[in-house]
Design a protein. Structure first.
Length: 507
């Protein structure tokens, strides 16, 4: 979508038009939704107030990873049908991976949908909405390949102090359980200078933490012919003044090389935290999954990371019940979990992804067997997570204060945030004012499986530029209900949070 297209769309949209985006799936979708918000606001829409009557435009940013993704979408679309019938001018758009996969099927099953767009052409949304309004018929436009790197689009970031930075899109792997490469396409890497320019621009806006994002983030460089490009990028991020924390997600064990470990350990602002998807501990199952590593290789990576960064917190993704998985195979997964001692594991029961080789494999496991194995795995990981968190008691940690991390903060008079290793910490609210983005130094007094608690008084409070940015953003939002567009300034050649969330299980 060109700037002239967006300008024309802005002329056609009244300022009172509101929008809501409903996001499903992985971090890629979360960041894409920030871009969709930026596009709509540049076109004149404003966020719908929470708890209001509903939005003039509802956008579904979908995921196709789970077998029941389509049922979930059509159930939500069905709930909106009567609301749309009662609200003249309301529009519904469906984008993301499921839209890329199902295309015309969506409009056939839900003819009240106005726009269907894919993963490669999110920039067209405002124009497609206007076209649907003028022509009074559904607009279905699915690009087969990336039209422009998404980071060139305007972005309304959810956080003033933490941000996603895409370094690549797409994936070159052929895992038999994953449909993402078919929907996101082959890997396309951004130029390092564009990535660093975006990071520098974000820091200038007040951001203190960035998360480098890619479907297979540490394969970065394969598209530009440099096998050490990712480690070089991490080291370059370490030279950006004012950038306090760097994270990345999600890597693949196949591409996780020693130079990356050295860059993590040798770059102070790269956090001692790693999300490394295992998927299965069984070599036989890994081969059937078409994963290009085996148990010994995976545990070797964990050992090297711990040797270089003893305090690193390592998390993972695991799939239980892959077709053909035997009890012996599952016990191999349990063995790796015991050996690796993950701080956290995102566990998934295998779910057929229509269009993937695994969906047609022999040996589909009965639901009851999968459920029983899943419960055993969760119980083991819960025990390990608690034991590992107990080792944090007595440690002094610098916590980056977060917004919305602690659901009980108001009732308990606490604040919440993330330690350098990404553990969630709830701490007693200091007497002096503290804002999201500020840093509070606390001593851990108690550990639970999924969080730490610091009940004593704060040892120190450091007000930061990130906290200033949060305060400025909220003040502007109070003056202008339509919110603030945090799109990037022009930074030259094509270029274009939050703690990293669980992956979609496909890395």
């Amino acid at each position: 979508m060109t700037s002239s297209d967006r300008s024309q769309a802005a002329v056609d949209v009244q300022q009172s038009k509101t929008y809501e985006i409903r996001t499903y799936g992985c971090q890629m979708n979360v960041h894409d939704s920030e871009r969709l918000s930026g596009l709509l606001e540049e076109a004149g829409y404003v966020p719908a107030p929470k708890g209001g009557e509903g939005a003039d435009v509802v956008v579904f940013n979908t995921c196709a990873v789970r077998e029941n993704a389509d049922n979930r979408l059509y159930g939500n679309l069905g709930q909106l049908a009567p609301k749309k019938a009662a609200r003249p001018g309301m529009q519904i758009a469906v984008g993301g991976c499921l839209a890329q996969k199902d295309r015309d099927t969506i409009v056939k099953k839900a003819p009240w949908v106005d726009v269907v767009f894919g993963t490669h052409n999110i920039g067209k949304l405002p124009v497609l909405l206007e076209r649907a309004r003028v022509q009074e018929e559904a607009q279905v436009e699915i690009a087969e390949s990336l039209e422009a790197f998404p980071s060139t689009l305007p972005t309304r970031r959810e956080s003033a102090y933490a941000a996603w930075v895409s370094i690549s899109v797409g994936c070159n792997n052929t895992c038999t359980f994953c449909i993402v490469p078919a929907l996101r396409g082959k890997e396309k890497d951004r130029r390092p200078g564009d990535i660093l320019a975006e990071a520098e621009a974000l820091v200038a806006e007040g951001v203190s933490e960035i998360t480098l994002l890619g479907q297979n983030v540490n394969a970065y460089g394969s598209d530009i012919g440099d096998r050490e490009a990712f480690s070089k990028l991490l080291r370059a991020c370490g030279k950006i003044e004012g950038l306090e924390r760097v994270r990345f997600t999600s890597p693949h064990p196949r591409d996780f090389t020693d130079d990356v470990i050295a860059a993590m350990a040798g770059t102070p602002n790269v956090m001692p935290q790693l999300h490394m998807p295992l998927q299965s501990g069984s070599d036989r199952v890994l081969k059937a999954m078409r994963r290009s590593y085996r148990q010994e290789r995976f545990l070797g990576i964990i050992e090297k990371v711990r040797a270089a960064m003893p305090d690193a917190a390592i998390s993972t993704d695991i799939i239980v019940g892959f077709p053909g998985e035997t009890e012996e195979d599952f016990e191999q997964t349990m063995h790796v979990v015991r050996e690796a001692r993950f701080a956290q594991a995102f566990t998934f029961q295998y779910s057929k992804r229509p269009g993937t080789p695994a969906a047609d494999m022999d040996g589909q496991i009965p639901k009851a067997v999968v459920q029983e194995r899943y419960e055993r795995l969760v119980a083991l990981q819960e025990e390990i997570s608690w034991e590992e968190n107990k080792k944090q008691v007595g440690r002094t940690l610098e916590v980056l204060v977060a917004e919305g991390e602690g659901r009980k903060d108001d009732a308990t008079r606490r604040l919440s945030g993330r330690a350098p290793d990404n553990r969630l910490v709830h701490f007693t609210k200091p007497e002096e004012p503290v804002r999201p983005g500020d840093v509070v130094t606390v001593e851990v007094t108690y550990a639970a499986p999924h969080h730490l608690l610091a009940e004593g008084p704060a040892k120190a409070v450091r007000r930061t530029r990130a906290g200033d940015a949060w305060e400025k953003r909220n003040a502007a939002a109070a003056e202008k209900p339509k919110g603030v567009l945090l799109g990037l300034p022009t930074i030259g050649a094509p270029a274009p949070a939050p703690a990293p969330a669980a992956g979609c299980g496909c890395d």
